[in-house]
Write a protein of this length. Sequence first.
Length: 110
Amino acid sequence: MKNKSDKSEKKYPEGHFIGMWMGLGIAIFSGFGIPFSIMTNNYAFIGIGPAIGVAFGLSIGQGIENKFKKQGKIRPLTEIEKRKRNIAIIVGIALLTLGVLAFSFMYLNK
């Protein structure tokens, strides 16, 4: 059974709150771009919602991260966590590249 002191002693990996709040910001603000693009009749504004979400999430997450770092509750990443992060970055870049290629192929074949 965990005591309340166990929760207060919990240490979070570096970047935990930034990633969490960026995900929340993207989820919350993603729906704002579609109505805005319909109102302006310019569909280039569809991507403005996630961009605003990233900005808000990054600022809030960094503020919380700094607060917890001052309290000593942020720990550096372990080697396994660094390796997983690097793999996730490589997979993300590969998926982005595949998406751009697929979009280009679909667009150019019209």
